[in-house]
Design a protein around this ligand. Structure first.
Ligand code: NAD
Length: 485
């Protein structure tokens, strides 16, 4: 059975993610004529009406509710449950069965776990025990990050959920894969022969992927202090962007072929060694500093709920090598962090220099060609070229060709795309288990080296682009980070 109607059972319905992203996303999906009902599950003792008012508030704050919002919220039901209370799932099943008939939802069920990760496995097993997963239509599990804390715990979690769901029924969310411009990487690359022809080590000097934030840890402090940038950003979003930028064209544009190509990239990342972790991975933490808007902000160790001697990484930069024919000799530099100069995610492809002599002696300010994919906050593409200086005898100037999508995306549209994909049964933009496992393997090695060996934690002032060592990482190779645009 493949139909687009579904009951969505949303665990964590009173949480931050649900309010900021999921309800606005569901509202858009409702407007696009998807037929669903939602059972919100959380601990709080709401009734349906209070819950509906909460959903409505979320739309007022993060969306633009129109008249149809009245009908939309009538599709929301609330079921209070402590996820560990196994008996309570029976009532959840009753409600799900009832709504299935009431809204003609074809026996389909989406279980969306927007919960603390320690609940992912128990909830899945409890769903099975209560018979919620022996519905008559399709069943799909959408699971938020983080998927484990390391390879071992991720494998354990994976085994648990596989007792209930097949791999093809598991939708591991990496919301970066729902972003417009991340989805656009493949189109830019494979629909434009002018790029695909030069997308290799003959023409590309290096690739730089940045995801910077201006925010500090804020209210997520106690969670973040056990996580850090390596786990929170590199393991998932950053390595996914590397894979999409570096992958071979799949033989067919179908889910498993695309994922296979991404896996090959992850498998080709040169394994680290003790000395390469020390030389090509930078671990940073912000100190007190001044943000570009003039705000003086606390250092990480001064933040509330952070240990005074915390060694947590709020910044990571790394140099990766992808050992295959296409990328031999091309460094991929990645960096991500909090309290940096600007909030931005972008991918910079730096092409090799033109030969300097004999033709270009007069052009002393030639710049390398850059293709920049702007992921957020701006969505677009720019290409930096050299041109003759206009109206003068000689010299060149850099010119930039820009495409910018002025769409004002607050982040819920990534969730909208991903939930829509899940309703359609398309898991292309979700991470398959082998991608997750390979990413953990890479990250675990670094985490372990940081713990076991004497690898310094480099401090950087809030409001800067990271510690000096992050700049030296590129300078050693004769490169530098391109300023964010
Ligand atoms: P949150 O702490 O705001 O909400 C947690 C939800 O879980 C609440 O609805 C709470 O009632 C429910 N809950 C907690 N304990 C429970 C229990 N014992 N029984 C039943 N329900 C219980 O968390 P969040 O920020 O909404 O995050 C949810 C998930 O999404 C997490 O896995 C998080 O890592 C992930 N995520 C969040 C964001 C974000 O922007 N907030 C971004 C990416 C991923």
């Amino acid at each position: 059975v493949n139909s687009n109607a579904t009951t969505i059972i949303l665990f964590g319905a009173t949480g931050d993610l649900a309010r900021r992203k999921l309800y606005p996303a569901l509202y858009s999906l409702y407007k696009k004529k998807n037929n669903f009902a939602v059972i919100g599950v959380a601990r709080r003792d709401y009734d349906h009406e209070v819950f509906r008012q909460n959903v409505y508030e979320s739309l007022k704050n993060h969306s633009n509710p129109e008249n149809d919002a009245e009908d939309f919220i009538k599709r929301f039901y609330y079921y209070p449950l402590d996820v560990k209370d196994t008996k309570a799932y029976d009532g959840l099943k009753e409600l799900a069965d009832q709504l299935n008939d009431q809204f003609d939802l074809q026996g389909n069920r989406m279980f969306y776990l927007s919960l603390a990760p320690e609940f992912f496995a128990p909830v899945t097993l409890n769903l099975k025990q209560a018979g919620l997963t022996t519905n008559t239509g399709w069943k799909r599990l959408v699971i938020e990050k983080p998927f484990g804390r390391d390879l071992e715990s991720a494998a354990e979690l994976n085994n648990s959920i596989h007792e209930v769901f097949e791999e093809s029924e598991i939708y591991r969310i990496d919301h970066y894969l729902g972003k417009e411009m991340v989805q656009n990487i493949q189109v830019i690359r494979f629909a434009n022969p002018i790029f695909e022809g030069i997308w290799n080590n003959r023409y590309i000097s290096n690739i730089q992927i940045t995801s910077s934030e201006t925010l500090g840890v804020g209210e997520r402090a106690s969670y973040y202090d056990h996580t850090g940038a390596l786990m929170d950003m590199i393991q998932n979003h950053m390595l996914q962007m590397v894979a999409l930028t570096a992958m071979e064209p799949p033989s067919r544009f179908v889910t498993e072929d695309i994922r296979d190509e991404k896996v090959k990239v992850l498998r080709s990342i040169r394994p680290l060694t003790d000395s390469t972790v020390a030389n090509s991975v930078v671990r940073g933490q912000y100190t007190r500093g001044t943000m570009p808007n003039g705000d003086v902000v606390k250092g990480y160790r001064e933040e509330e709920n952070i240990k005074e001697q915390s060694m947590t990484d709020t910044f990571v930069a790394a140099k990766l090598h992808i050992d295959n024919f296409r990328w031999a000799g091309v460094p991929f530099y990645i960096r991500t962090g909090k309290r940096m100069t600007a909030k931005s995610t972008e991918i910079v492809v730096q092409f090799k220099d033109a030969p300097k002599r004999p033709y270009f002696n007069n052009f002393n300010d030639l710049q390398p060609n850059l293709l920049v994919i702007h992921v957020q906050p701006d969505e677009g593409l720019s290409l930096k070229l050299n041109a003759k200086k206009f109206s003068t005898g000689g010299g060149s100037i850099p010119i930039t060709m820009n495409f910018s999508n002025s769409n004002n995306d607050d982040g819920s549209s990534a969730y909208e795309r991903l939930i829509q994909d899940c309703i359609h049964g398309d898991s292309t933009n979700f991470t398959r288990w082998d991608e997750v496992a390979l990413s953990w393997q890479f990250v675990d090695y670094i985490a372990e080296a940081w713990k076991e060996r004497n690898i310094p934690l480099d401090r950087y002032e809030a409001g800067t682009m990271g510690p000096a060592s992050a700049h030296e990482l590129l300078a050693k190779d004769g490169h530098h980070w391109w300023p964010l645009t």
